[in-house]
Design a protein around this ligand. Sequence first.
Ligand code: DAH
Length: 357
Amino acid sequence: MNDLNVIVDSAQTAFAQAVTPADLENAKALFLGKSGRITELMKGMAALSVDEKKSRGAAINIAKQAIETALTNRRQALADAELQAQLRAEALDVSLPGRQRGQGGLHPVSLTLERIEAIFGSMGFDVAQGPEIESDWFNFTALNTPEDHPARSMHDTFYVEGGSETAPNLLRTHTSPMQIRYAVQHVKKYSSKANGGEGKGLFSGDMPEIRVIAPGRTYRVDSDATHSPMFHQCEGLWVGENVSFKDLKFVFTDFCRTFFESDDLVLRFRPSFFPFTEPSAEIDIQFQTGPLAGRWLEVAGSGQVHPNVVSNMGLDPEKYIGFAFGMGPDRLTMLRYGVNDLRLFFDGDVRFLSQFQ
Ligand code: DAH
């Protein structure tokens, strides 16, 4: 092997041993730099004859080109290796399924409330909302339940500080106060301008009938598998000049059959007592098929609005008559989906709630 081959060979070895671009540039300087081995050989040619210069110069050039080629190849190899390392470090597994954010859905009781509103809406009922912190007046007294009335003790009431008979002092124990609130607004709207109304003619006899449902949260000091301190009710009220118990039966039967999608559902109006209705009835339903078939299930209280209550609405009980009902959307939801513990609705457990989406 001549001296040039030895140099080329050692350059190739040095380049191959360089593992970083900086190593490689240092190795390059040893051969091609200002005082590198090839440069030194070039300088040494000064002493040669013209013919010798030609052949030696050509041979050195070939060696130099070989070294440059080795350098270029090694540079490329190091750049490729660096790119590969970077790609490996930043690798994305595109076959992994993406991280999904769970999609929320409506609470089962909200689904029931929406359903109740849609069904009664289709029968011409308005939907009203009212305050959850109520006064004695709306929650009891105006509903024909004066202070010493025994029916008050059946409503285990949460009282709040402050308030009075007429200012908010309790958490409403039912949605029935909305009967009074809504009716009073309605009467005001249709009474004469002199009375602060819009003058649409309550007293000229063309007041539209009061037809409203009022869903919402209600509260009682009570807690077990079928009672929760916070629960839902939905009130219904229909008052006009000629509204009878027959209308209540028709409306509520139609509602229940639509709600449960069951045309052969049977209803029973069982005599009962509520201070704000006379006569009063508990409404029971019976499925003819399915797991609950044959059992009477209580779903609502109802009755003809008591004359004292009609009076507290600002209406003449000799002229206006109607019916009211109050049902439990939580219970309707339990019956519809076959849920046996009310507390599941309020525990906030996603494993339970996600089943309703
Ligand atoms: N408010 C009653 C309760 O919570 C339910 C009720 C009964 C509402 C009869 C009514 C009704 O409107 O007419 O127990």
